[in-house]
Design a protein around this ligand. Structure first.
Ligand code: DGL
Length: 290
């Protein structure tokens, strides 16, 4: 383990007994920060580990078998090290396939993140709904079942973007991509024919809300964008309850853990600090694809 603490941060790997829960928020990279922020807002007293499996990023390109094996092995390490009371899988690409094996292997409760197809179907007025996600998520049976169950009466456009998650990482690392590159990924979300046009886009990858201000600026017309993060935070509160009175969060207790750390730039560190994660730990877990 490589510990890389920033000035003012403190880290004690021996987890002390505490009346407040340790929550592990997990993603392939920085996308889960959109969920972390909402969960932190809901439980500001809790202790947090934010884990980004950057050695395996992006998850969207991995086969279901490779992704399942990867998440199980990384989770094994993280749960062993940090002993969380709750794990939030802040990644649609992983949640739509690995939640059942995770629940089978570990006793800690898991909260997943899956495309907000039901809220999108409830929000649309035109009946034209887009789900923007990774190629992995749009291909999943889980996602197709959600569409059949909750949006059978809608025209649902499943858009799998190969590049947007990396664009969101680049944005936070201080190298935003040009508008035309973003627009090329966004354009397939906007359908229009004689029957109507898209009025709701569900963001089915936790990286995408990081680009929302740019999406809003570039969209050919105004739509409702659905970010599932507030719903995830509500689910966390249902499971572990509201904040414990009298316990203030110590912001230095929140730690970001990465499995490679290779792409951490000063801008990236700054973005993490601004999200309430001043300390970075690198826990080397290389990806081996068989
Ligand atoms: N943030 C992830 C999601 O919600 C995946 C991005 C990726 O690694 O492909 O799907």
């Amino acid at each position: 383990m490589r510990i890389d603490l920033l000035a003012g941060a403190s880290y004690n790997p021996a987890v002390m007994p505490s009346p407040v829960p340790m929550i592990l928020v997990f993603d392939s990279g920085l996308g889960g920060l959109t969920v972390f922020s909402e969960v932190l807002r809901a439980r500001p007293d809790a202790r947090f580990i934010y884990a980004g499996d950057d050695a395996a990023f992006p998850y969207g390109r991995l086969s279901e078998e490779a992704l399942t094996a990867r998440v199980l092995s990384v989770m094994e390490r993280l749960i062993g090290l940090y002993e969380p009371q709750l794990v939030v899988v802040a990644c649609n690409t992983a949640s739509t396939i690995v939640l059942p094996p995770l629940r089978k292997r570990f006793s800690v409760p898991f909260v997943g993140t899956v495309p907000a197809i039901k809220p999108a179907a409830l929000a649309t007025r035109t009946g034209y709904v887009t789900v923007l996600a990774t190629p992995g998520t749009v291909a999943r049976d889980y996602t197709r079942d959600l569409v059949e169950t909750y949006a059978a009466g809608c025209k649902v456009n499943l858009v799998g973007s190969r590049r947007l998650a990396a664009f969101a990482e680049a944005e936070l690392a201080g190298s935003p991509v040009p508008d035309e590159d973003l627009l090329a990924e966004l354009r397939p979300c906007f359908m229009e024919d004689e029957g109507g046009r898209t009025d709701v886009v569900a963001l089915g990858c936790t990286h995408y809300p990081l680009l929302l201000p740019r999406f809003q600026k570039l969209a050919p017309w105004a739509v409702t964008w659905i970010d599932p993060a507030p719903a995830i935070a509500r689910r966390v509160i249902q499971l572990i309850g509201p904040p414990v009175p009298g316990h203030e969060a110590d912001e230095n207790e929140a730690i970001a853990v990465f499995t490679s750390g290779a792409g951490i730039t000063p801008a990236y560190r700054e973005a993490l600090r601004n999200k309430g994660l001043p300390a970075i730990v690198v826990e080397d877990i290389p990806l081996h694809l068989g």
